[in-house]
Design a protein. Structure first.
Length: 575
């Protein structure tokens, strides 16, 4: 079957790839996966009915990049830049990715965190072209038919959100589609997954935001969110329809509120290859960064006392991964648990306290608090840091400014170089600004943040701020799972992604907590290869990669890596 009902990719006599479009003329210029714009050659223009429809001069891809980059630079705000790039993506995908790959570090904050947060908020107001697939309460009863309308036959990667907890900005209704689009842009730009193998999905189950429901321009369904059984019936249908239409696809669950995130992950992880980016991707990226910090300090992870601030999808995922990391260094479950302290909005999680089920495994035994001094019913952040003598502090609370100067100074009381990662996104939700943390700790804190921040100048030093964002994990994890045809994404594969990122950083950037994002295109294939290796070891891989060594797997990944280049076009033979 062709890749798409509008084209196929074939090989010529010499084995070179070419594209065979099934549409010609003006329509060809309107399909972003096919359109080369002014780069169509004269021969192609003649053969494909494009003569007279384009300017006479034929551009190279390089020239086109030059043109669009100049316009890009003239956009006056991050959101305008985002809109500009998204329009380019919807016009000509090869050109879009060629440009993004050339300027990855510059454009990631525009296409992804933090600007994507604004794009989510404004989604209905900046909407132009359709992209992705919407499952909504309007089409859920005939979802299988609706999925047939997606003109791609080889979708392998789906990012799906119900928009209930986008970044740290909460329920965003239909706007969450922008997150699915942004995450998949990274899969292609950083993970080498062809854009025609990806499908962004919005699961529009409604919104509880009155302002959105009342906004005449709002584009989602206008009712409150489905809950309980109705909600899960909706999701069951979605998963079933995906399984039928795209049996080889992996689903990445994104930005589900904590009330459902854990249930959704568990309900489907053995039904369809899937993982939750906020729980597992974030857990892995935090573990990798804390391991790097320990290496820089010349200490072991199992010696640290970790405080995780925030007990939602991200916080619990991070607590899980750090606990696993400590156990790997030889601690018992009990020993590890006493070293990973988790707080929610009511304070430290302690057994016996009222809390949701997913938090229970991370609650401290009451004995752990023996001799502690605190004022309220449960220790707050500062009290926990002081009493437990925390050495690592990780923020996943979405509470801007919650890592105050006294908090940072308290960390410094416990260790000469505290590890402090305000991981909440977007920038407006960060627990602390990195330069504040560095000043408050006299340059001694090891700092990484979820959103991108410029390096901090301090007493003649230039201190880079690592970006502890699951962007370092999910493209490699998803790619590795798909390329190894993994039946499921196991916890072992998630943790392997963390150690792979740690190893990559140690080898290539031994003085940093995370690699620069400009290196994502190297990081992701390496993470993918390690994930594949682990999938093989665990016996969940079903693909053609059986028996390959790590080097072999890396070669395999690289041979599949999609590059933004124009293929020559040959018209379909007339039958
Ligand atoms: N850096 C990354 O890669 C990354 C990944 C995932 C999430 N995050 C960030 O983490 C934040 C939370 O995301 P999530 O998906 O876990 O959301 P969530 O809604 O699942 O959880 C938020 C949690 O924050 C905690 N919280 C709220 N108010 C608090 C308060 N006053 N004090 C202490 N804790 C409080 C609660 O425990 C709540 O469960 C967001 O800002 C998100 O951007 C970052
Ligand atoms: O989207 C990001 O930047 C990371 C993470 O998935 C989040 O929800 O904050
Ligand atoms: Mn997320």
């Amino acid at each position: 079957m062709p890749v798409s009902r509008y084209y196929d990719v074939k090989r010529d006599e010499k084995g070179e790839r070419y594209l065979e479009p099934y549409v010609t003329g003006f329509l060809l210029l309107r399909l972003p996966l096919l359109n080369k714009g002014t780069a169509f050659t004269e021969e192609e223009r003649r053969a494909l009915g494009l003569e007279g429809l384009l300017p006479p001069h034929v551009n190279t891809l390089e020239e086109q990049k030059e043109r669009v980059y100049r316009r890009y630079r003239l956009q006056t705000s991050p959101l305008e830049k985002h809109i500009y790039l998204r329009n380019l993506q919807d016009r000509n995908e090869v050109l879009f990715y060629a440009l993004v790959v050339d300027h990855l570090e510059e454009m990631l904050p525009i296409l992804y965190t933090p600007t994507v947060g604004e794009a989510v908020r404004e989604f209905s107001h900046i909407y132009r072209y359709p992209r992705g697939f919407t499952a909504s309460t309007k089409n859920i009863d005939h979802l299988e038919e609706a999925l047939q309308n997606v003109p791609l036959e080889e979708v392998r990667l789906i990012v799906a959100t119900d928009s209930s907890a986008i970044l740290g900005i909460g329920d965003q209704g239909y706007g969450g589609m922008a997150i699915s689009i942004g995450k998949l842009t990274l899969y292609t730009a950083a993970g080498g997954v062809g854009p025609d193998k990806t499908l962004p999905v919005e699961l529009d189950v409604g919104t509880d935001r009155e302002d959105l429901l009342k906004d005449p321009l709002y584009l989602g369904v206008r009712h409150r969110r489905l809950r309980g059984e109705e909600y899960f019936r909706f999701l069951d249908r979605f998963v079933e329809a995906v399984r039928r239409r795209y049996p080889k696809a992996l689903i990445q669950w994104e930005d589900f509120a904590k009330e459902t995130a854990f249930q959704v992950l568990e309900r489907y992880r053995k039904v369809v290859p899937s993982f939750n980016d906020d729980i597992q991707g974030t857990g892995a990226v935090a573990l990798a960064g804390v391991l790097s910090a320990c290496r820089l300090k010349g200490e072991r992870l199992s010696e640290q006392v970790v405080v995780v601030y925030g007990a939602g999808a991200g916080g619990i995922g991070v607590a899980w991964a750090l606990l696993e990391g400590m156990k790997r260094e030889g601690l018992s479950e009990e020993e590890a648990k006493a070293r990973v302290l988790v707080l929610d909005s009511k304070g430290l999680l302690v057994e016996g306290r009222a809390m949701e089920d997913y938090k229970r495994p991370y609650a401290q035994r009451p004995e752990r608090l023996q001799g502690w001094r605190f004022a309220g019913a449960y220790p707050n952040l500062l009290e926990t840091i002081q009493n437990a003598r925390a050495t690592v502090l990780l923020g996943l609370s979405g509470q801007a400014g919650s890592f105050t100067e006294p908090v940072a100074r308290a960390m410094l009381e416990n260790t000469p170089s505290p590890v402090i990662f305000p991981l909440s996104n977007p920038t407006s939700a960060t627990e602390a600004l990195p330069d504040d943390l560095i000043y408050w700790t006299d340059g001694r804190a090891l700092v990484a943040a979820g959103s991108p921040f410029p390096p901090v100048g301090f007493k003649g030093r230039v201190i880079p701020v690592g970006q502890g964002n699951n962007a370092f994990i999910f493209p490699g994890l998803g790619l590795g799972a798909v390329l190894s045809r993994a039946r499921e994404v196991t916890d072992g594969m998630v943790l392997e992604a963390a150690y792979a990122l740690y190893d990559y950083t140690r080898e290539h950037f031994p003085h940093l907590l995370y690699p620069p994002v400009a290196r994502l295109r190297e990081v992701s294939p390496y993470v993918a290869a390690r994930v594949m290796q682990r999938a093989l070891e665990e016996g969940v891989a079903e693909g053609e990669v059986q028996g390959l060594s790590l080097e072999g797997l890396l070669e395999f990944v690289k041979s599949r890596f999609w590059e933004p280049r124009y293929l020559p076009y040959r018209p379909a033979p007339v039958i």
